[in-house]
Design a protein around this ligand. Structure first.
Ligand code: MSP
Length: 520
């Protein structure tokens, strides 16, 4: 491959989930965003690696296991399985699921430790300060304050405790200038921009060395050659991203293909770990930082971040069982501008199902396909010469791939969907205006053209919607008798073939009717 050849690998990661948590819609949200990108890139011809897994060490997990009357090993086996099950349930196409208790990861975490230590960036000292077990984070004096029940809390609201113990430190203070230089030369490293500005100000304000080992508990990866010390769980957890790519074997085909990762998708609560500590650890170890960290917002419920500790979680299972998987996948990415906080609840989902899915897309597919079944010989119609209205609609549909690609390359899922729905709106207006039901008597040849143009537009839309709503898009494509489904079939000159028999149509997006109203 020459240097000029475009990069055709794409490595996208979710954070690894705390194994003591019960999966909720916030977790599903991060993974869904990655799944859509992974599916999109595969259809676009990339060699994709989509990585997820569970974060299994640390004081929080040790405490949770004890509270559950279990030992950490069986506790983490059961907890990890719940996140594995979520993948299947949400139709997520992860290529690998990593557990930080696996030998491949322990080996990798110890290797990065050795590499950083060899570079002179780790020293032995003594930590005395605040620690939040819930966040697994150290906080400075000016970051904590008295909480509602009199106990001190950190910026996230998590209780902090005073910790005093021998500890190894990472020389983070020495990385300030190099981090700032890195952000300056990689303006897209942190997105959205507001998050990038936050990180830059944080780093400019000065960095303190970071405690990277603990001695007051044992559930962690042993620090090499330092009995009694286990690695700070964030250094352990962040390293999963390179473990999964094959580290410490930096010459392996996998590492050379996939590292640096294209994208670490995270929630905004864990930005500092990913955008400050992680690139500093990597650069200290002589490894290139990832290309991008995108911090999305929170799914709120009753105005607060949905989380187990607040007891306000929406379960993916309940939502999916009530509304169907694809509708939930669609709503999560359409309702809230990606990057911002937002609310998702039953009423917002119902409005999107009945509006965008049933009225707009479902209706478009249903009316044109049933019309063809009844009046068009149940086959792809033979188009005649195209009018300017036909060309305008097909032209808008043809431009969609570029638009969606561009928006997804900036993780603007909502804008990608908005662009597709503009064309769905155009197609619905087109069919109203062209009125094939009238043309059936007056001009059957023109009717055939109008039907062709509409279902060709529908084909393009369905191909592009596959990453978002895989099963529903597949059902539309089945009804169009389309078997070739990657983005190569969106090239100019490709289109439905007249005369191809079409199977009997069936509605893909029924309206949602509240159970209490269903019998009326
Ligand atoms: N274990 C760490 C990540 C280590 S990565 C090296 C962790 N795990 S977590 O399970 O608490 O969170 C995982 C992801 O879920 C984070 O990106 C977090 O922002 C996201 N969400 C958890 N609750 C959320 C919402 N209510 N809304 C949106 N996403 C949120 O952090």
């Amino acid at each position: 491959m020459s240097d000029a050849a475009p990069r055709r690998a794409y490595y996208v990661t979710t954070p690894i989930y705390y194994v003591n948590d019960k999966p909720h819609i916030g977790h599903a949200y991060t993974t869904l965003a990655c799944d859509v990108l992974a599916r999109f890139k595969r259809l676009d011809g990339f060699d994709v690696r989509f990585q997820t897994g569970t974060d299994e060490h640390g004081q929080k997990v040790e405490k949770s296991a004890k509270a559950a009357g279990s030992d950490p090993r069986s506790f983490t086996d059961a907890g990890s399985q719940k996140f594995c099950d979520l993948l299947a349930f949400m139709n997520f196409t992860a290529d690998d699921f990593i557990r930080t208790t696996e030998a491949r990861h322990i080996n990798s975490a110890q290797a990065i430790w050795r590499a950083i230590a060899k570079a002179g960036d780790i020293y032995l000292g003594h930590y005395e300060g605040w620690y939040a077990v819930r966040d697994e984070a150290f906080y400075a004096e000016d970051e904590v304050k008295p909480g509602p029940n009199g106990k001190m809390v950190g910026p996230s609201g998590a209780e902090v405790e005073w910790v005093k113990e021998p500890s190894y430190f990472f020389r983070l203070s020495a990385w300030q200038d190099r981090l700032l230089a890195f952000y300056a030369s990689h303006p897209d490293f942190i997105l959205p921009e507001s998050r990038r500005n936050e990180v830059v100000s944080f780093v400019k304000a000065g960095l303190r060395d970071l405690s990277v080992s603990r001695t007051s508990f044992t559930w962690g990866i042993p620090v090499p050659d330092a009995p009694g010390h286990v690695m700070y769980v964030w250094l352990d957890a962040l390293t999963n991203y390179i473990t999964a790519a094959g580290y410490p074997d930096t010459n392996s085909a996998s590492f050379r293909t996939y590292w640096p990762a294209d994208l670490h998708m995270i929630g905004k609560d864990i930005l500092r770990f990913h955008a400050v500590y992680w690139p500093a650890f990597l650069m200290a170890a002589g490894i290139a930082p990832p290309r991008r960290v995108f911090a999305h917002g929170w799914i709120l419920n009753k105005g607060e971040k949905m989380s187990k500790s607040l007891g306000n979680v929406l379960s993916p299972h309940e939502l999916v069982n009530e509304f169907g998987l694809d509708a939930v996948r669609y709503c999560l990415l359409r309702e809230v501008p990606f990057g911002q906080d937002g609310y998702i609840g039953r009423e917002t989902i119902i409005a999107r199902i009945n509006g965008d899915l049933a009225n707009d897309l479902g209706n478009l597919a249903q009316r044109v396909l049933s019309f063809i079944a009844k009046n068009g010989g149940a086959q792809v119609p033979q188009p005649g010469p195209l009018s300017s209205a036909d060309q305008a609609l097909i032209g808008a549909a043809e431009k969609l791939l570029d638009t969606v690609r561009l928006e997804l390359d900036r993780q603007a899922f909502h804008r990608a969907l908005e662009a597709v729905w503009l064309v769905i709106g155009d197609a619905n207006r087109y069919i109203d205006k062209q009125a094939p039901w009238t043309l059936r008597k007056t001009d059957p040849a023109r009717m055939a053209t109008v039907l062709y143009v509409t279902i060709e537009t529908l084909r393009r839309i369905a191909i592009l919607l596959q990453p978002f709503m895989p099963s529903s898009a597949a059902r539309i494509l089945d009804q169009l008798a389309v078997s070739a489904r990657d983005f190569a079939v969106l090239a100019p000159g490709q289109g439905l073939v007249a005369g191809t028999p079409l199977p009997p149509p069936a509605g893909v997006f029924p309206r949602f009717v509240e159970a209490a109203d269903a019998g009326r």
